[in-house]
Design a protein around this ligand. Sequence first.
Ligand SMILES: NC(=O)C1=CN([C@@H]2O[C@H](COP(=O)(O)OP(=O)(O)OC[C@H]3O[C@@H](n4cnc5c(N)ncnc54)[C@H](OP(=O)(O)O)[C@@H]3O)[C@@H](O)[C@H]2O)C=CC1
Ligand SMILES: CC(=O)C(=O)O
Ligand SMILES: [Mg+2]
Length: 422
Amino acid sequence: MSDLKTAALEYHAQPRPGKLSVELTKPTATARDLSLAYSPGVAEPVREIARDPELAYKYTGKGNLVAVISDGTAILGLGNLGPLASKPVMEGKGVLFKRFAGIDVFDIEVDAESPQAFIDTVKRISITFGGINLEDIKAPECFEIERTLIEQCDIPVFHDDQHGTAIVTAAGMLNALEIAGKNLAEAKIVCLGAGAAAISCMKLLVSMGAKVENIFMIDRKGVIHAGRDDLNQYKAVFAHETDKRTLSEALDGADVFVGLSGANLLSAEDLKRMAPSPIVFACSNPDPEIAPELAHATREDVIMATGRSDYPNQVNNVLGFPFIFRGALDVRATRINEEMKIAAALALRDLAKLPVPKDVCDAYGVGSLEFGREYIIPKPMDKRLITVVSDAVAKAAIESGVATLPYPKHYPLKSVDDVFNG
Ligand SMILES: NC(=O)C1=CN([C@@H]2O[C@H](COP(=O)(O)OP(=O)(O)OC[C@H]3O[C@@H](n4cnc5c(N)ncnc54)[C@H](OP(=O)(O)O)[C@@H]3O)[C@@H](O)[C@H]2O)C=CC1
Ligand SMILES: CC(=O)C(=O)O
Ligand SMILES: [Mg+2]
């Protein structure tokens, strides 16, 4: 077994199985404590909540609890391996929510026979939570699932593979284009993949200035173009008249490659076809569309990002979801809207341009980090993320009218330790 495989399996198995547990937040040392925590005292908050449901936020953990829910149909780039196999990823998201934003998570893997069965399950349990993070659900089913749940739930429902990925990709892309001396409005973009992440990423780039006619999206059957009669409504948005049919043809002179598809699908030969200073976001997990070593060996001028932690420029939704939900929960937003997504993307973009503190460099074992080809986006370990991203999201929620609480007194948060100082 490879070192990483052995270490990863050992990490998950020892010293106890899994990565998450439940912790107590109140004293339980005495009989008196127990009479408050459980019977008879527990009846008091029960009566209060029955009288006024809003009081669930005061007397239970609802307001800081997010459900990370999957049906296991698109686990990372590994495909449809079923709900149980998705559990390590969902626990992993729970780890990141807690570590970076102090948010508690129940991971929930649903064995659903249809999208409607999945929707019904999530809807029925949604009252338990302050927010719902849908995860690793394949396209096109994910779009209808999310739309219906947003409509039916009064808490934020957010399919992270769509919007978290789009927000982080947009932030990195704006910076990469600036470094390459290009701009979104003129960039010729090739997107390999036309699923949950790809469609949402391209939609957000369009809403931030990219031109649909400059985007070539590619699925397993090749370039998505106006002559195809096998496109679902989500792919069809990106269909235009073109004689390009293959990835190679689409990449001729392209400024940007975004990979949200699968491992090793971009060859060195294809990378050579791209324009000067090509931007390559090979974001498939765990293995990117092209290995960074191969990309750098092929093109000295490449600006390269992956979804992984072990290379520079990690374009991964971990930079978004903890801080976006933190901001949304703290103003009790009823949804996560476009204004909040764009605010998060711009906050991430801007943070990458500030001097990087020493503790962040130390965590990544480098002497320094400076805005440029090898540092286009902040590092997940950067403690300022919770300050700037959560603040931007909370403010955008208030300004766009979806917040039900005012701007929190303890904002902007200085660190994750600050979360319960409000
Ligand atoms: N870095 C990050 O933060 C994130 C990365 N991702 C990565 O994006 C990828 C897709 O995830 P997601 O959108 O959720 O999954 P989906 O199942 O919704 O979409 C997968 C898409 O990839 C396409 N695809 C797969 N293999 C090929 C191929 N050989 N050639 C062309 N297209 C191909 C599929 O084509 P078709 O439509 O024809 O089936 C489909 O459009 C995964 O690798 C995942 O790890 C996802 C979210 C976040
Ligand atoms: C990062 C992530 O959510 C994915 O690859 O699916
Ligand atoms: Mg995912």
